[in-house]
Design a protein around this ligand. Structure first.
Ligand SMILES: [Zn+2]
Length: 164
């Protein structure tokens, strides 16, 4: 029986839910579907190509690879308490071995309940995952992770274009 359980868990790990390789975790809530996640990914990858000032997002085939192995966990309430005790609508945690010198794809995104993925924090958190939480130059790596996002054609413009 133990062997069977191990096999099943390996099987579920080896098959991502999206083209870029994301995994949807419906253990808390199922308001976000695999179809939703795929649509969000496709629209995000397309819109990221148009972002001005951060080639991590706009270089062809770049954003997709950072979403590989990303685990997306939709929550049952609009806001939730994160691991630092803050009440938030979404959070992105880059892969555990990510650093400024050793970039690794994947990580973990938690998003609060929303009427649809478009009005959720999902795309906002995708951006944090691609940037590893480090804002684009000329911001310093020690700045707020949203530094510069308001520039024309920047990250907030991407979120607005998709949310419409
Ligand atoms: Zn943010």
């Amino acid at each position: 029986m133990k062997r069977l359980i191990l096999f099943l868990s390996l099987a579920s790990c080896s098959h991502p839910d999206t083209i870029c390789g994301q995994y949807l975790d419906t253990s808390q809530s199922d308001w976000l579907t695999v179809a939703d996640l795929q649509q969000a990914e496709t629209e995000f990858i397309g819109a990221a190509l148009l972002v001005a000032g951060d080639t991590r997002l706009s270089a062809p085939h770049n954003a997709c690879k950072w979403l590989q192995n990303l685990r997306v966990l939709p929550m049952a309430t609009p806001t939730f308490r994160d691991q630092w005790g803050r009440q938030v609508a979404g959070i992105a945690i880059p892969a555990k071995d990510w650093s400024l010198t050793q970039h690794s794809p994947g990580g973990f995104v938690q998003i609060g309940l929303a009427p649809s993925w478009k009005s959720s924090a999902l795309v906002h958190e995708f951006i944090h995952i691609v940037q590893g939480g480090i804002p684009p130059p000329p911001c310093a790596s020690t700045d707020d992770s949203h530094c510069g996002w308001h520039r024309p054609g920047g990250e907030y413009a991407l979120v607005d274009a998709i949310s419409r």
